[in-house]
Design a protein around this ligand. Structure first.
Ligand SMILES: [Ca+2]
Length: 384
């Protein structure tokens, strides 16, 4: 399934069916998880997952793993993104189109608003949220969502009318990207999937299969790598995780197709290889940039990412775990698996204002085993 013909790629649902267990968001893991884990990363089990520890041969329990997760909220339906307001309240997008609010002090969950025009189909719907870095002044919240026509980014005041930031991104039942994040430069970054059309990732005129960089209004910053274009980096399949480290470097997770998922250090104007290269491969003399971390798709299927201190946390859907990737400047250390098999599919990971990490499960997204209380948000005390 590495090279998909354009005809097949154009029919998103056909790809979904054809890929079967190898599609990135699916939880149908290949039966090689533990073997693959042993060869690529030391899988450190969370306390209580003794089977996982035994299977991976690892007995080491890190400070991160030892931190017992606390449930913050239950009964959510496919939460996709968590974003904190300056007050400490958290906004949570549910893929069907609702934004919930988790109160900072009481942790009471209330429905904040329904975002108009959202059409949830397959992997698409109401996806990423971002709070304006100048929220105190403008009170703007940004959302990446799917409508009947397209994927788009809108902004609004809570309970107010959304206005378009960017529209016309191709949508599909799969590979819709959807993560948005403000950089320390005040620009808005967005992971846009290839919408099942692999050719778009290398097409400089398409905004699909890219990471975009834009002004908060949606206009193109003058210092973008390609004049007049929001494209910041290209050659991406489906980026659903974006986070900036303390030095302003951009880290992104990316779903592979059938072999390797990726964590990339994303730099202006670079080409990350899809669909020519999945995982690490021939850079063709530097034309392509290789990922710093890869996993078998059964171990990860990575969605949201968050940085706390010098660790990148990667929420894994199909892998049903949280990956802890130590960051050493622009390099990465050996990843450790946390919470493996404990909570099912994990979609979102967000650094909370108190230095903890909040994650959200995604067991009600149509591909998980729904457990009592799903979907839930958990808080983890992690090393800073
Ligand atoms: Ca790549």
């Amino acid at each position: 399934m590495r090279s998909v013909t354009p005809v097949l790629a154009a029919a998103g649902l056909a790809v979904l069916t054809a890929c079967g267990g190898s599609d990135a968001e699916t939880s149908t893991a290949a039966p090689t998880t533990n073997t693959a884990a042993a060869t690529t990363a030391t899988t450190t089990a969370d306390p209580g997952t003794s089977t996982a520890a035994a299977a991976s041969g690892g007995g080491e329990v890190t400070a991160q793993a030892a931190a017992r997760p606390r449930t913050i909220a239950t009964g959510l339906n496919t939460p996709w993104s968590i974003a904190f307001l300056p007050s400490g309240d958290a906004l949570v997008s549910e893929r069907g189109g609702v934004i919930k609010r988790v109160a900072a002090k009481t942790r009471r969950v209330t429905t904040e608003m329904r975002v108009p025009g959202v059409v949830e189909q397959g992997e698409s719907g109401l996806l990423g949220l971002a709070v304006s870095p100048t929220y105190a002044k403008d009170r703007m919240v940004y959302a990446y969502l799917t409508t009947a026509r397209d994927n788009r980014i809108v902004r609004f005041r809570l309970r107010g009318k959304p206005r378009v930031v960017v529209s016309g991104l191709e949508k599909a039942p799969i590979h819709d990207g959807g993560r948005i994040a403000f950089g320390p430069d005040g620009k808005l970054y967005a992971g846009v999937g290839d919408a099942g059309n692999t050719d778009l990732a290398q097409d400089q005129d398409s905004q699909n299969g890219k990471i975009l960089r834009m002004n908060p209004s949606g206009s193109v910053p003058k210092d973008n790598p390609f004049p007049g274009s929001r494209v910041f980096s290209l050659g991406h399949r489906n980026v659903q995780g974006l986070a900036f480290d303390a030095k302003g470097r951009l880290w992104a997770s990316e779903f592979g197709q059938s072999t390797r998922d990726e964590v990339n250090l994303v730099e202006k104007g670079k080409n990350y290889g899809w669909p020519t290269v999945e995982g690490r491969g021939d850079t063709q003399g530097g034309k392509f940039t290789n990922p710093l971390v890869t996993w078998a798709t059964s171990e990860a299927s990575p969605s949201g990412v968050a940085i706390v201190g010098t660790h990148l946390y990667v929420a894994a859907l199909g892998g049903e775990r949280l990956w802890d990737v130590p960051l050493r400047g622009a390099k990465t250390g050996r990843p450790k698996a946390l919470l493996q098999g404990r909570y099912g599919r994990i979609r979102a990971a967000t650094a909370a204002p108190d230095g903890s990490l909040w994650i959200a499960t995604s067991n009600r997204d149509g591909r998980g085993d729904v457990r009592s209380g799903d979907d839930r948000i958990l808080r983890l005390a992690v090393k800073r």
